[in-house]
Design a protein around this ligand. Structure first.
Ligand code: OOG
Ligand code: NI
Length: 446
């Protein structure tokens, strides 16, 4: 029996091989990432603080886009087979200035142990076909009928996924079949694209065309993790690959790495066949798939995140004034999440440990190890979408948007959508309770 985590790791590896064959610049990005990571590990003894080199080297996130609640539910089933749960709700309609008519979640492992084994995550977006700001009633009807007719995932794949979820793994033969079908579902289809339909949607939004203009889905990008994203950015430029003009997320600064910094290169023209209005088949190209890379830092609490949101776009100097400058300050001010452990190496000399976190940290009674941010940032995600649109698209600002939220998504998926803050807080709290118990303190502070 091959367990869930093995299936996840194998899927991530095969998807990466497939994408490398389809988008050669991704392979270059991987090579440069490995180079940069090796160098950072070589020069910085503390580089493993936010994840061991083995995890970081294998670490990827992917992005996919689907059209309907039904397709979204099927995706959730496939990822459930891989131990990946929906976490977070992102409304990119609001976060993006251009026309990005989608709402999203991220499928990822949620237990620390599972994340350590393989943290593969997939940012998954769904087209908001009912949103009048983007689609009028006539287009909505045609779009939904087109999407309702297509089949992204064969029944055999979904059956195997349900079984893998139930039995928490698959026998070797079924696993092989499952992985083959799952990877194939995210390959670029050779089917000709209907030119008129695609163009009609593209006028509204290139994202809408990418999702609803074709009868299949595909992996949109795969993102490796690097330990020094500024250095990677520079080197990609040297290799002649043009990156977008900036790194999204916090600035490079003289303080702890927090949340997520990302950058990407522009979508490349890929050859695609088209069915023209007169029925003829022509050769053309589309630019939809790109390459992205990211550096991950410490997960922030709601209070930390509020401060981050306030400082968005501010330069390093402002961060140095306003953001906690050390991990210790982040911990004591409860701006970031840590895993706490009692220090066994410290002679107690008959003293009683203090009852507050600051005292425990100051007196070196406990160690605080940062909890890595495993999620995404809506503004960065919108920026990533946007940087790859050659055209703003159109939207009717006067029309009313349709409301979607985390609860609605849970209903669609028939699975709970987890709140990322709750997941980090649970990890932190249980570690702190254990540490306090080991120090002979009451588990919970009164
Ligand atoms: C997803 C964009 C968001 C990220 O890393 O923030 C994303 C997409 O382009 O489908 O992947
Ligand atoms: Ni991404």
């Amino acid at each position: 029996m091959l367990p869930t985590w093995w299936l996840r790791a194998a899927f991530a590896r095969r998807l990466s091989d497939m994408y490398g064959a389809e988008v050669p610049a991704y392979t270059t990005l991987l090579q440069v990432s490995v180079q940069v990571n090796d160098e950072v590990i070589g020069r910085d003894g503390d580089a493993g603080r936010l994840g061991g080199i083995e995890r970081v080297t294998a670490e990827r996130h992917g992005a996919i886009r689907v059209g309907t609640p039904r397709e979204m539910r099927q995706v959730a089933q496939i990822f459930a087979a891989l131990g990946m749960r929906p976490v977070g709700f992102y409304d990119l309609r609001e976060a993006a200035a251009s026309s990005v008519p989608v709402v999203s979640t991220a499928f990822r492992p949620i237990d620390a142990e599972e994340l350590e084994r393989n943290p593969f995550r997939v940012f998954t977006s769904m087209l908001t076909t009912a949103d009048r700001r983007f689609f009028d009633a006539d287009l909505q009807a045609r779009l939904e009928s087109f999407l309702g007719r297509r089949e992204l995932f064969p029944p055999e794949l979904l059956d195997l996924a349900a079984r893998a979820e139930r039995e928490q793994g698959l026998d070797e033969r079924s696993a092989e079949r499952f992985l083959t079908l799952a990877v194939a579902a995210f390959e670029l289809s050779p089917e000709p694209v209907d030119r008129a339909w695609y163009t009609e949607l593209e006028r509204i939004s290139a994202v809408a065309a990418d999702i609803g203009g074709v009868a299949s889905t595909h992996i949109n990008h795969l993102t490796p993790r690097v330990l020094d994203i500024d250095e990677l950015y520079r080197r990609m430029g040297e290799r002649g690959i043009t990156m977008i003009d900036r790194i999204q997320g916090p600035p490079r600064w003289n303080g702890p790495d927090v949340l997520l910094r990302q950058t990407s290169f522009r979508a490349l023209a890929e050859g695609r066949r088209f069915r023209e209005p007169d029925g003829s088949i022509t050769q053309g190209a589309l630019r939809v798939r790109f390459g992205e890379v990211e550096a991950r830092g410490i997960a922030l609490t709601r209070a930390g995140r509020a401060l981050y949101d306030e400082l968005t776009g501010e330069p390093a100097e402002v961060w140095e004034e306003r953001f906690p400058r050390t991990e210790g300050q982040l911990a004591v001010q409860q701006r970031a999440f840590f895993r706490y452990e009692q220090r066994g190496d410290r002679p107690r000399d008959g003293r009683t440990p203090p009852d507050d976190l600051a005292g425990l940290l100051d007196g070196h009674w406990v160690n605080a190890r940062p909890i890595v941010y495993e999620d995404f940032l809506p503004k960065s995600a919108a920026g990533i979408f946007q940087s790859n649109l050659s055209d703003e698209g159109t939207r009717n600002a006067a029309a009313l948007g349709t409301h979607y939220d985390q609860q609605w998504l849970s209903g669609v998926l028939e699975r709970p959508v987890h709140d990322p803050f709750d997941l980090y807080a649970a990890q932190q709290d249980s570690s702190l309770r254990q540490a306090r118990e080991a120090l002979g303190l009451p588990k919970d502070r009164p």
